[in-house]
Design a protein. Sequence first.
Length: 92
Amino acid sequence: MLLFLIYAAAVNITGFAMMGIDKKRAIRGAWRIPEASLFTAALLGGSLGCTLGMHFFRHKTRHWYFRYGMPAIFLIEGILLLAVLSKLSAVL
């Protein structure tokens, strides 16, 4: 369980940081983080961090697939987590 919490924290901090880094690079006109990488971070469990970073840095909020996609990934991950936890509690 501790390992899962460490992983979840790390991937969400990474997703949040990626949004901030990409925003800074967009302002500078520098090389950008690919959108596929941002979604990959979300799909690996960092959807909360990506969503919070998107709103905190006001980045990618005009793109419908980010505005709706990131929260949708978060909801799906939450539902899956609840399902897994309920199965584990039934076993124990």
